[in-house]
Write a protein that binds this ligand. Sequence first.
Ligand code: NAD
Ligand code: GLY
Length: 375
Amino acid sequence: MPRPSSLWGYMQTLKVDLGERSYPIYIGEGLLDQSELLAPHIAGRQVAIVSNETVAPLYLERLSRTLGAYSVLPVVLPDGEAYKNWETLQLIFDALLTARHDRRTTVVALGGGVIGDMAGFAAACYQRGVDFIQVPTTLLSQVDSSVGGKTGINHPLGKNMVGAFYQPNAVLIDTTSLATLPERELSAGLAEVIKYGLICDEPFMGWLEEHMTALRGLDTAALTEAIRRSCAAKAAVVGADERESGVRATLNLGHTFGHAIETHMGYGVWLHGEAVSAGTVMALEMSMRLGWIDQQARDRGIRLLKDAGLPVVPPEEMTPAHFMEHMAVDKKVLDGRLRLVLLRQLGEAVITDDYPKEILQATLAADYRAIVAQL
Ligand code: NAD
Ligand code: GLY
């Protein structure tokens, strides 16, 4: 049951169940001001808030005030996927060492998925591991990247190729932080929300179809419900398969094609969620070509992504050869076989390397403009 988090908001708490490394996800309005939610997850006197040049002016002072009982070190990084690299990671270590942060420091990630992934990786590495809290401020990071402990950076040859599994102590989601999020970023987050419907919750697709206008209009109740349902789905998957030896891979629906788009176009040109959207269309198309879903199901998925304001056609300049080249370094390649996440039906995903090569080739060569035109 939701319970009051402040005079004007309500909070829900979910749990990621990982034995003694279990942690809560708090979702609600105004949580950035709730010091009592953070305090139980901070062991020492030192806190480093890692943010970026866009988010820091909006929320850093407020969060620093909430953490006023601690010695707070702000670490403000340049903004963008293009900075998710070794050089920027080093800035976090520079700041921590210069300020003499010890092993009891807590790293707090304040920002979207780029900040969360980098701050988490820094926390995993600094003095061989310090405490870490996620305060995600984009829809994408609130429904996906802040939960589950995947941290890391990009390599010029591949997305998220260097990193660690490192779980946070808590995830604090203040839904009001979405008020400042650009519309394009909101849509990018919706790609990951829709993903949960496609891979494990077909009735959620119906809910999303009904509430898409409310979600894009930043209706708090709709956003809270979408975040709650997405986090619950992610928490269940992570609890069952933390290190992705099985079912967790299904969370990567559309990501193999999408990562190829991000890498080929240059990090940050297509937003992660946008690339995942076009990649999901390709996964739907391939699932249909395998005879697993029918055209109506494919089109339903594409329509939902389109209604969320997302691109549903891969970049025109990308040839099948480009896709194959980038997909060859995907983390789902095992023993030289490319495993893909596909849909057996709406609401049921599988990861498989058992598909005819010609079907993958036909999927890469398909005329997505024509497919979308007939919707
Ligand atoms: P992002 O972190 O780049 O944030 C998007 C933009 O929004 C940035 O310019 C950011 O500064 C700005 N921003 C953030 N919060 C804001 C706010 N409240 N108001 C105004 N502007 C705000 O992008 P993202 O979509 O949050 O995350 C994408 C990243 O997450 C990718 O690097 C992707 O690989 C990673 N990711 C990781 C996981 C995981 O499990 N760890 C899952 C999915 C994605
Ligand atoms: N975003 C995919 C995962 O966390 O496994």
